[in-house]
Design a protein around this ligand. Structure first.
Ligand code: FAD
Length: 385
């Protein structure tokens, strides 16, 4: 955006500069290899952790930063998803969507010993909510936990779990009570629990350098302390946690749009057709006006939401609406970016080609566009008035 943001601060500028330096020097040169390898080396988890980005909102005694800042959370999301392969953000990010519930709900001893290892990138954690039978209707989850003796027995399965093959700890949603949202609790499950197995997800359209897993719980034995947070009150914690995941996906979509914009612009300034550079054809120039407007709108919306969060609010309806608008804008931008590149966009290795393959995971993951609109309507109290 050409007009300055009223929300930019010297601290944030410095943070963004630091992020850019890191991604330019340590991530971007290796992305092609990591995508081909279908993996990011584990030391990158630690290098990303060194930026402090897994410690927002967590006290220092648990390995966190001791402060929170929604703008900086978003700045990281923009950089990590927009680096050229948004799967990189997912590869190191299974922990970021599970750290929230762990830091709020896990037993004190766990927060003092294991959580710092996760925040420092030395150990992996993942969030396991989606099931083979459905992800959108969280209140209908079928995985069940039952008390047995001094512990719990878990039965069921989870699908598409990011970081699921490498993580040591899982935040798992399971039914402990009756039907509906009031019967769900959260459990902290260690990977070597008896009765727990995992299998990698098949070949994916995108996010190649990240891994996802199916988790299987067959009479999985858990200690009493595995239940985190109050019994049958897990649904609210899951919903609260989704807000931060969605914030990062809005910011991520923004970063991916900027990547499309800058790479297509470089191309349009270089490529000549009919005796002129592409950018000199009005039809092509107008595409940039449209893309740029969408980038500006998403950025402004995102900053407004970040400001509200920093004031102590959690504007769930705005986050839901913004996620839909961000992924719709991303879809438009990737499509127009492909048109601008022409045939070159159809070749693997073109930056916009990869974004095009990554659009749908942003539009479906973390709450699909349909479900986000539904949530916004409910949060705004529009239905039933
Ligand atoms: C690469 C990847 C990584 C993921 N990582 C994780 C993870 O780490 N942890 C995790 O728990 N989950 C993860 N997910 C799962 C993701 O959050 C779900 O895919 C998503 O929530 C949608 O659930 P579903 O796929 O079961 O679709 P379904 O719920 O079966 O829905 C199918 C379609 O129907 C639409 N739909 C459903 N209900 C309605 C309705 N009432 N009205 C209108 N339309 C409706 C949906 O919007 C969707 O388009 C991941 C998914 C992918 C692809």
């Amino acid at each position: 955006m050409t007009c300055p943001s009223p929300f930019m601060t010297p601290e944030r500028e410095a943070f963004r500069t630091n992020l850019n330096r890191f991604f330019d020097s340590e991530v971007k040169p290796n992305l092609e290899k990591w995508e081909a390898d279908r993996a990011v080396p584990w030391e990158m988890h630690e290098r990303v952790a060194d930026l402090g980005v897994f410690g927002f909102g967590i006290p220092e005694e648990y390995g966190g930063l001791g402060f929170d800042d929604a703008f900086m959370r978003a700045d990281y999301g923009e950089a990590a998803f927009g680096c050229g392969a948004s799967g990189f953000a997912a590869a190191v990010g299974g922990r970021s969507i599970s750290i929230g519930p762990i830091s709020r709900l896990a037993p004190e001893n766990f927060k003092r010993t294991v959580l710092p290892e996760i925040i420092a990138g030395r150990m992996g954690s993942a969030l396991a909510i989606t099931e083979p039978g459905g992800g959108s209707d969280v209140s209908n989850m079928a995985t069940r936990a039952e008390r047995k003796g001094k512990g719990w027995v878990l039965n069921g399965a989870k699908a598409y779990i990011t970081g699921g093959m490498e993580a040591q700890w899982f935040v798992v949603g399971a039914r402990t009570g009756g039907a509906g949202l009031a019967g769900i609790s959260l459990f902290l499950v260690e990977a070597d629990s008896p009765g727990f197995t995992r299998t990698p997800l098949g070949n994916k359209q995108g996010w190649h350098c990240s891994e996802q897993a199916m988790l299987h719980f067959d009479d999985c034995q858990l200690p009493d302390t595995a239940l985190i947070g109050p019994e049958n009150k897990g649904f609210l914690a899951i919903m609260n946690n989704f807000n931060y995941e969605r914030l990062s996906m809005i910011a991520g979509s923004l970063g991916m749009m900027k990547l499309c914009y800058t790479s297509a612009l470089d191309w349009a300034r270089e490529r000549r057709t009919f005796g002129q550079r592409l950018i000199e054809h009005q039809v092509i120039a107008h595409k940039f006006a449209e893309i740029s407007a969408r980038i500006d709108m998403i950025e402004a919306y995102l900053e407004r939401i970040c400001w509200a969060i920093n004031q102590g609010a959690m504007p769930a309806a705005e986050i839901a609406k913004a996620k839909v608008q961000a992924t719709k804008a991303l879809e438009f931008t990737a499509s127009e970016g492909m048109q601008i590149f022409g045939g070159a966009s159809y070749l693997v290795g073109n930056p916009v080609e990869r974004v095009w393959r990554e659009v749908k995971v942003m539009a479906i993951g973390g709450g699909s566009e349909e479900i986000m609109r539904d949530l916004a309507v409910r949060q705004m109290g529009l239905a039933g008035q």
